[in-house]
Every structure is written in C-alpha cells, then in structure tokens.
Design a protein around this ligand. Sequence first.
Ligand code: OAD
Length: 244
Amino acid sequence: MPREIRNIVILTGAGISAESGVPTFRTKGGVNYWEVESSDGVPNLHKVEDVCTPQALARRPELVHRFYDARRAKLAEVGPNPAHLALARLDAEWPGELLLVTQNVDDLHERGGSERLIHMHGELKSALCAACGHRETWEDGLPPGAECAICGEPALRPDIVFFGEMPYHMDAIERALSSADLFVSIGTSGAVYPAAGFVQTARYHGAETLEINLDPSEGSGWFAESRRGPAGTLVPAWVDSLLA
Ligand code: OAD
C-alpha cells in the first residue's frame, strides 16, 4: 500500500525563477560567465565559479561585490511567477509538515508568499559581517569595507554561500528529509552538492520522489518520477492535484 503523504520537502533551484526573468547558471544563456569592463575598456569574462569563492572575495572584493550588487538590483525588475505562487498556496493549505528549501538567493519565494522556507545558499538582500556574524537586511549596493552596525568592523560581505563554504541550516534540512514522505525537486540541474544528494537521503528514509525540470538533470535517475517542462505550468498542476 502506498505510504500516506503528510511530510513534504521541496527543493528549488534557478529553473523555478527562469520564467520570472532571473537567469539560470548552467543552461544556455545562463550566468555561466560574467562580463565586466576593465579600466582599459576591454570586457573581461569571469567564470561564475571564479567569482563566487572566498578566495575571490579576499583578492578582488570589488569584483565580487559588483557581481552581487548587479544581481540584487535586478530583483526590482522581476516578480514571482505561477510556480512560486503555487508553492506558496501549498504552504498555506497543506495540513502536514512542509519545508521549502531553495538554492536560490533571489527573494521570489517570500514575495510569492511562502513562509516555511530555508535559503540554503544565502540571500541577495542580506549582508553578513565576516567579523562577528551579524546579519542585516541589505537593499542597495554593498561597497567593500562597509561597517557592521554591531561590531563596527569594515567586514560586511554578501550573505551568500560561496563555493567551498558550508550551506546554511543543514541540520534542519537533514531532519526534515529524514521524516519526509515526499521529496520534490524543481528547476535544479543537480550539479551542486549537498543539495544534489537530498534525493538520495529522502529515498533512504522511504520517501516518494518527484522531479520537475525542463531538461534531464544530473540526478534524474534517482527520482521515482520525472516530469519534463516549464515550472510555471507543471508546478501549479502538481499543487492542484496534491490539494484536490
Ligand atoms: P542550474 O542553472 O545549474 O540549473 C537550472 C535547471 O533548471 C536546469 O536543469 C534547467 O533545465 C532547469 N530549468 C530552466 N528553466 C526552467 C523552467 N522554466 N522550468 C523548470 N526548469 C527549468 O541552477 P541550480 O541547479 O539552481 O550556487 O544551481 C545550483 C547552484 O549552483 C546555485 O544555487 C548556485 C550555483 O553555483 C550558489 O550560488 C552557491
């Protein structure tokens, strides 16, 4: 007999925000490379993996801050799409446990209305003090060397998990996965761990697994069911069927 579904864990990636106009990372037209004008006017191409590291932040803070300033500014031009809104509706109406874990640093899930939400890779609209760990909401450009409101050190940095750093809230995520009846992955290529391994943890604990993605992901083989197509269409349909 199929297991009754009460506890749901949902993982989202850049693909859920694609239809809102936020570029993905690894697909065609994504932010695989970032271009900046150098002082001699010649554009430089930087691999995202070279910009989003603690080493890059230490060596070239102005480059790293400009990359995130540009992405933070872009948030004003985009809004939640039907997939974000459907997940917020599920959050509001689902009677059991539910945890939405996003790898995205945009704020479209919360603007869509989701509340049971974890940003495991950080948030564009937050600044983190590298000296004392204080966090504050940040809406505008963040110049390197900005001072922390609590300790006064010139150590505010984007509150983003860089390559090589530990994602946030892993204990809470592991706990939710261990009691999940259903794990759903939406719009992620399955290329970045530990998120890419959540499906295996959920399966180990006996959860049903569903992937909703435009293209086959690196982890598609781990899912019991895969649905191919745009999240803006498939996610509302899945939520409707779950709540019916
Ligand atoms: P990727 O860019 O790696 O993958 C996006 C996935 O979304 C691809 O598999 C696409 O097929 C799919 N996709 C694109 N448009 C879609 C749509 N309209 N509907 C459904 N699916 C769609 O993005 P992530 O998997 O999120 O880390 O990348 C994971 C992490 O790598 C990011 O969080 C970021 C990056 O380095 C940090 O910033 C720490």
